[in-house]
Design a protein around this ligand. Sequence first.
Ligand SMILES: Cc1ncc(COP(=O)(O)O)c(C=O)c1O
Length: 378
Amino acid sequence: MNWRIPLSDIDFDEDELAAVQKVIKSRWLTMGHVTKEFEESFASYIKVKHAIAVTNATAALHLACLALGLGPGDEVIVPSLTFVATANAVRYVGATPVFADIVSDSDLNISTHAISSLITPRTRAIIVVHYAGYPCDMEAILSLARQHGLFVIEDAAHAVGSELKGRSLGAWGDIGCFSFFSNKNMTTGEGGMMTTDNDELAQKLNRLRSHGMTSLTWDRHKGHAWSYDVVDLGYNYRIDEIRAAIGLVQLAKVERNNERRRSLSQTYRDAMQELAPQVDIPFQHHGGKTSAHILPILLPREKKREEFIAYMKEQGIQTSIHYPPIHTFTSFRDGGAWELPLTEDVASREVTLPLYPAMSDDEVATVVTAVRAGLNSH
Ligand SMILES: Cc1ncc(COP(=O)(O)O)c(C=O)c1O
């Protein structure tokens, strides 16, 4: 379908093309010095000691669970209002995801209070998701985690460039996991990054992404090593030089693009003020600096969402929903009788509107006009 206004769009130009060409001309495509440069630049941007690139954020979350030693019998508290990857990572290592409710219909992040009520002697970790790049209450969550001896993994898939109290999201917990999927604030097509300040965890994560091997093809190519040992059950979750090169160019653009996303989000908020209280826009008030990854709105409870989405589609405007809650999926249904009233309410009303750096203020106005009309359509 040819959308008049798509949900998201990439910001690629001659610089990404040139970076890819340079790698191809170098004749070295698998993980090497470009990946190292990407990791070092990312670590310096997030202000952490280590950044380790992987194939995608799902792999990052999987390795984060593995590196922290999570396994069968362990419970990991996660939100349900997130992409399924957050909970799947827990299941990959044989641990059990325990779903916590969100704060409210104006803060769609995991609730500290809900986390606290779900802690049992089997709880080992919490995975927080910074929904749309708006920060979770990290101080309260970390304090609770410390009290109970729990690990904290940040699913920062939405949150590259977000900050809380001047500290980057992804740098608060034990391990941060980022996504460079094509709709994210910076993209390599598919790609991900793990961040940590812990040297031992970094070494583990590094090995686990490449079969648990002690040396890489690149080290052997450079003559730094001629053999290797295998010390863990690892995976092939390596990124490649082509994507790392694109990542470096995208990273250089992310601050500028996030600023544009924040500005467009504010334009949306201002233009939709007159639709309140019919339409709620979550995260009106939030702490910190957001990456403004997506623009979620909540429809009135009496409005049929399918009709609204169909109306927007007729206008050539692409929308989405974030998210069908994980605890309602067939594959997760036998996990328990979850009480998540806020998650279920928000998930049934949420619609995500178009947002991308090249979007114009006029296009925002067009979307808002369609939202207004869509609310009254039957
Ligand atoms: C919150 C969240 N977690 C994890 C992921 C998984 O990321 P990836 O597609 O890079 O594996 C996504 C991607 O959409 C996401 O939005």
